[in-house]
Write a protein that binds this ligand. Structure first.
Ligand code: F6R
Length: 245
């Protein structure tokens, strides 16, 4: 595991974009694992800049998103499909046919999850997985107590995450209570993982994930077991780390 501490969220975003850009330059057909949420938004803006300047080509890039709310169509403004279109896909030359987001409307969710896993494998596996981290240590929608070997599945969203997400919805009732998410096991199969975090509200959980015991109480701590994970952490989020990195 590597920890890179940056002076600002902007610098964190640039560093994240640099790592994604390196993966795409190394393999123009790279399979990217992508995250939503507030944290990667500026990193996506950096990637759009690189594309517009001619420095990066997404024509053959393929992608799989981590998760999607159950019950929201891709056209809903809070769906993760819509988020990805607005924050990245609509602004670069990626072929939308090569982008995948779990189907929150699937009639047979179990089958659809198994198909998602199979498709990741059929497309050669994820070369680089981008992650954020929830204030309770979740990665994707793998809430505390998620197993290390878990795969794509339907999960209940924890009360804490429902409250964290309420800011995006008009009323509490509208906040989805279930989601489809890649599992911890799915994420750990990625060849490289880049986790981004910024803000003092993430300081405790970053310290627990990086320096605490590997425990299902802090799902991000399972990343300690991965062969090539980089935590890119802005200094406030890194403020409770004891080690010097
Ligand atoms: C998003 C995702 C979530 C977020 C996490 C942090 O696809 O899987 O795990 O990464 O909730 O969200 P933000 O970045 O909004 O703090």
């Amino acid at each position: 595991m590597e920890v890179i501490i940056t002076n600002s969220a902007d610098e964190m975003s640039k560093k994240g974009a640099e790592l994604v850009a390196a993966a795409v330059k190394k393999n123009p057909k790279a399979v990217l694992g992508l995250a939503t949420g507030g944290t990667p938004v500026k990193m996506y803006a950096e990637l759009i800049k690189l594309y517009k300047s001619g420095a990066l080509d997404f024509k053959k890039v393929r992608s799989f998103n981590l998760d999607e709310y159950v019950g929201l169509p891709g056209t809903h403004d809070q769906s993760y499909r819509c988020f990805m279109n607005e924050n990245l896909f609509n602004h670069i030359n990626i072929d939308k046919k090569n982008t995948n987001v779990p189907d929150g409307l699937a009639k047979d969710i179990e089958k659809s999850c198994a198909e998602y896993e199979a498709k990741i494998k059929a497309w050669g596996g994820i070369d680089l997985q981008v992650l954020g981290i929830g204030s309770n240590g979740h990665i994707a929608f793998n809430e505390p107590l998620s197993g290390a070997m878990s795969k794509t599945r339907k999960v209940a969203i924890s009360q804490r995450t429902i409250s964290d997400n309420a800011r995006f919805f008009k009323t509490m009732d509208e906040v989805p209570k279930t989601a489809v998410t890649m599992g911890i096991g799915t994420i750990l199969e990625a060849r490289k993982i880049v986790l981004l975090a910024s803000g003092g509200n993430k300081a405790d959980v970053i310290a627990a994930a990086v320096e605490g015991p590997v425990t299902q109480l802090v799902p991000a701590s399972f990343l300690q077991l991965h062969a090539d994970t980089v935590f890119v952490v802005e200094k406030e989020a890194a403020s409770k780390l004891k080690g010097k990195y």
